[in-house]
Ligand binder design. Sequence first.
Ligand SMILES: NC(=O)C1=CN([C@@H]2O[C@H](COP(=O)(O)OP(=O)(O)OC[C@H]3O[C@@H](n4cnc5c(N)ncnc54)[C@H](OP(=O)(O)O)[C@@H]3O)[C@@H](O)[C@H]2O)C=CC1
Ligand SMILES: O=C(O)C1=N[C@H](C(=O)O)C[C@H](O)C1
Length: 258
Amino acid sequence: MPHPLRLAIAGALGRMGQQMTETVAADPRLQLVARFQRPGSVGEGLVERDEALSLADVVIDFTTPAASAELAKACAVRGGPALVIGSTGFTASELAAIAEAAKTIAIVRSGSYSLGLNMLTGLVEQAARALGPDDCDIEILEAHHRFKVDAPSGTALMLGEAAARGRGVELDNVAKRARDGLVGPRGAGEIGFAVLRGGGIVGEHIVSFLAEGETVTLSHAAGDRSMFARGAIAAALWVAGRPPGEYDMRDVLGFGGR
Ligand SMILES: NC(=O)C1=CN([C@@H]2O[C@H](COP(=O)(O)OP(=O)(O)OC[C@H]3O[C@@H](n4cnc5c(N)ncnc54)[C@H](OP(=O)(O)O)[C@@H]3O)[C@@H](O)[C@H]2O)C=CC1
Ligand SMILES: O=C(O)C1=N[C@H](C(=O)O)C[C@H](O)C1
């Protein structure tokens, strides 16, 4: 890994981009070499994307799904830099574009860079393995600020995937992403999602295991955005110089024998 690591920040003027700028500036292991926004954006200290890519060892990207997929392609065409993607709400074709780019460059992508939340996914997987679908229903509730545009959150989907892994099923086959109207009784084995939006909530997630007569809940609440920034920095330091591939925080943290 080069010392200090040369970092660029995509979406630098966004909520996470501003938090990243502050956290990176305070970290002596890192040199902030470029900050960029969408093409043609003006702002103090901003450069165009392609100049940023030519300067950085790693780009940290909290933007939009479309922008992240485009960025991954642009990095792959040049043969680097490596990428840490935090955006959420991807379509299948955007995910396919990122997977294609990851054949050429190293990419870490996670719906949550919180270390605590990633630890929670292991507990959710374990609980889902122990509490089977005959006895226990799994529901995931997430709450975020009024400006969030995607639902369910990337974190809620990560938690759903952890629960599905614990049950040995594919999340896509059991997810109930919304309920409205005369939906009928709950299907056996469903993993349900519920969404709340309002105010300034940074991010709250509750996974409930609901049995007859008792409920087990596992939860996480983010107090501010700085721990997402610290987790993304851990991912950037880890991914620099790695072989091409698509990685997640379980790889970065060494969880789950991956
Ligand atoms: N994985 C994690 O741990 C976390 C993930 N997130 C996710 O990160 C994403 C961003 O969240 P947040 O910071 O709150 O959102 P914001 O809307 O505040 O910020 C997004 C920024 O990206 C900019 N942008 C849009 N398109 C491009 C582009 N093509 N190139 C460069 N910049 C671009 C936007 O500019 P403009 O204003 O011009 O549109 C804006 O400044 C969301 O998907 C969110 O869910 C958030 C927190 C933690
Ligand atoms: O948009 C946000 O703010 C957040 N998005 C991520 C998500 O979709 O899970 C992570 C965090 O909860 C904040």
